[in-house]
Design a protein around this ligand. Structure first.
Ligand SMILES: Cc1ncc(COP(=O)(O)O)c(C=O)c1O
Length: 464
């Protein structure tokens, strides 16, 4: 009886109850109102999940870029249960508890450079929001009160709260909520496939060009008004844009030259996704702030963090200064226990090394799809790849809005799922299919992903 609310007939399926009462984020509910069935996932084990009818799916997106270590890790659940029994909740507002302390210490050791100060949040958007607010308050405390603006990159997604959404570079996601927090502006991202034609064959020149657009924006706005540049080491929205060689180094130099903070939004790229705890460490560049979330607990609990450098904490060490900001759930003991247990497994099982050893195999397997006429580009890093779809390969011509609607939304997502692959078909930028699987998989799962994509993309071409 416990699972069926008393006011509903027991015969109603979970899908029907979801349709009637669950308000799903970023979801066209008309699909379900018009007879579509809400997919209900009931169980997971390793890289696979099962729906209520017992069908199995390869989790090609790690849930939502979260389940790094795969599903069904009872060890993490047990650590959480122990913590709930010992101390389920206590805030870290002027107090502390062991798990938050241990996790902060561990993240500080894992983070690059002198990023030693960990401010916990419950997700990525809150971490981004926190970073912008810290940048503003920090500059006021150090006597540069006009620095408040932020620069971020086109098509980048940084969250949905009003500050994080303002930093986001996806116009249609912002329009319903305008006016947002003022003072954020966009520069080009590092989509090499769509680079200006004269730079397409020279990655370094493209990287230099893209970084210089940031400097141009800083100078144009007046450096004394700019607080921070936000960027993902490998940009998610638009489809896994890695940094061209030299790009992050140059952005670092530009930020230093103009006294602007460099914020690496590692909500997706941290915790092994790119083969290291933080992608910025792998790329050898130290930002002033890292924002992270998702994979920190391998998805077993909601948890995020903003990790700031010693320099940014310094003015808060004295007198009456305090960061006037926080969340009830900051540093939740059960979430922190999940994160610590997850980090233990990362170390014990050598997950970063596994990703580094296999990333080229993953790339090569996906690159086999280049023989299909609809596949324009395969790109990414670590266990984070996108396949871009085009209607004309030679001209790199993207799908029309009508084709994207009909084929991407109307066919691809469902067809991939029906064949047993959960992943993302996305047209926030140019249309892509995105893969971000659990970090434990190897060649046999890469092959399975390629086979399903091949079948569905072949049919998608026929339907264009
Ligand atoms: C780069 C980046 N920043 C921020 C966010 C927002 O994170 P959350 O949904 O946990 O608020 C996301 C979510 O996907 C993200 O990819």
């Amino acid at each position: 009886m416990a699972s069926t609310p008393p006011h509903l007939p027991a015969s109603d399926s979970l899908a029907t109850r979801a349709r009637d009462h669950l308000w799903m984020p970023f979801t066209r509910h008309s699909v379900y109102e018009d007879g579509g069935q809400v997919p209900v996932i009931v169980r997971g084990d390793g890289a696979y999940v099962w729906d209520e009818a017992g069908r199995r799916y390869l989790d090609g997106l790690s849930g939502l870029y979260t389940v790094q270590l795969g599903h069904g890790r009872t060890e993490i659940g047990e650590a959480m249960a122990r913590q709930a029994a010992e101390l389920a909740f206590f805030p870290i507002w002027s107090y502390a508890h062991p798990r938050a302390i241990e996790l902060a210490e561990r993240l500080a050791h894992l983070a690059p450079g002198d990023l030693n100060r960990v401010f916990f949040t419950s997700g990525g958007g809150e971490a981004v929001e926190s970073a912008w607010k810290l940048a503003k308050q920090y500059f006021k405390l150090v006597g540069q009160p006009t620095r408040h603006k932020v620069i971020s990159r086109s098509v980048a997604y940084h969250g949905t709260t009003q500050g994080a959404l303002s930093i986001t570079g996806i116009p249609y996601a912002k329009q319903p909520f305008e006016p947002l927090v003022p003072s954020s502006m966009r520069v080009p991202n590092t989509n090499a496939y769509r680079a200006p034609e004269e730079l397409r064959d020279d990655e370094k020149a493209f990287g230099r060009w893209a970084a210089d657009r940031i400097e141009e924006a800083i100078v144009f706005e007046g450096a004394e008004t700019v607080a921070a540049v936000f960027l993902e080491p490998v940009q998610n929205a638009g489809g896994c844009f890695p940094p061209p060689p030299g790009y992050l180094e140059r952005v670092r130099e530009i930020c230093d030259r103009h006294g602007v903070l460099m914020v690496a939004d590692e909500t997706i790229t941290a915790f092994g996704r790119i083969g290291d705890t933080f992608a910025m460490s792998r790329f050898g560049v130290t930002p002033d702030i890292i924002t992270c979330a998702k994979g920190m607990t391998s998805g077993y609990a909601p948890m995020g963090a903003m990790i700031a450098s010693d320099r940014l904490f310094e003015p808060f060490r004295h007198g009456s200064a305090m960061f006037l900001h926080g969340f009830t759930w900051s540093g939740h003991p059960v979430g922190a226990a999940a994160a610590l247990a997850s980090l233990d497994i990362f170390e014990r099982e050598g997950i970063h090394a596994h990703v580094r050893e296999n990333e080229e195999g993953f790339r090569r397997t996906l690159e086999r799809l280049h023989d299909l006429p609809i596949v324009g580009d395969v790109r990414g890093a670590g266990y984070f790849f996108a396949v871009e779809l085009v209607q004309d390969k030679a001209q790199r011509l993207t799908l029309s809005d009508e084709q994207a609607e009909r084929v991407l939304r109307g066919y691809l997502s469902t067809a991939l799922f029906d064949l047993g692959l959960y992943c993302r078909a996305d047209d926030r930028g140019d249309p892509i299919v995105q893969l971000s699987p659990p970090l434990i998989i190897g060649q046999s799962e890469f092959d399975e992903i390629e086979q399903i994509l091949r079948t569905v993309l072949t049919e998608a071409w026929n339907r264009l």
